[in-house]
Write a new protein. Sequence first.
Length: 344
Amino acid sequence: MNNETVLITGGTGSFGKTMLQDLLDRGCSEVRVFSRDEEKQDMLRNTLRSPNVRFYIGDVRDRDSVDRATAGATRVFHAAALKQVPSCEFFPLEAVRTNILGSENVIRSSVAAGVRSVVCLSTDKAVLPVNAMGMSKAMMEKLAQAMARSLGPDAKTTVSMVRYGNVMYSRGSAIPLFINQIKSGKPITMTEPTMTRFLMPLRDSVALVRHAFTHARQGDLFIRKAPASTIADLVTGLIELFDRPDHPVENIGWRHAEKLYETLATAQELAQSEDMGDYFRIRMDDRDLNYKAYFSEGEQETKQHEDYHSHNTERLDVSGVKKLLFTLPEVRAELDAWAGGSST
């Protein structure tokens, strides 16, 4: 990553900070952090104190501020988004403005600045979406592919996407909430126990972005294969790790617009995918509007696949969940703090 200038939109979030540190560890010459929150930027600046990091206050909704941040960048990772399902349900137009129109600004600014590679972050909720957040991310994917299609394979800028499920211990996710409830003695608020969710450590999501930067062709979408567990097994695993066998659990029921399981790729997408071991590369449909030329071909391969979702991927039991949780440095730190506090 020498002589590279990488811009991370949403760079003060859990994922953005992990990506930032990974880039610095790999010798990136300059990493730009673009976000709206000056307090989080100031905290990160004082924590890192790195001459290789520059901070840009701005909003992806504002094209001018995005233009300033992308000028001179060689790669862009677009992670800025509204991600909370309930928030987007109550304020869907805000999801449109940030997740769709904001993404358009990032891609157009990157193309105008001559950025070599733009990787846009998507989510399993964009597949067969049932909520506003997922719908806005699905439209973001369609927008990115439409722009990639218009650029063509020989363009200076390559636009690609990554899609993954729940990132473990990311800000606002279930695991830090459950741990906080355990440590504070409050009941764990569990939705539907039989729900399954993909489980991906932050390190794997960062590796997925690196893979896209290295291997992307115009309009590609990359998926990292991941195990899953039920919510009940996740809760049980945490209770056992913290040695609180009698900790109360409260079933609060389904939240707004939740699914029983999440899908990372449909059968139709897998029919045009390449299995890359730990990853799927889903190729962009690069046909033009002259559909007649393709009528006789059909999509027979779709019948050979089924959707790839959290009900049919590798299923972790309680033991497997605990083993995966213990690999997370944040969980180990919480356990160490808990053990120290319990001994006093």
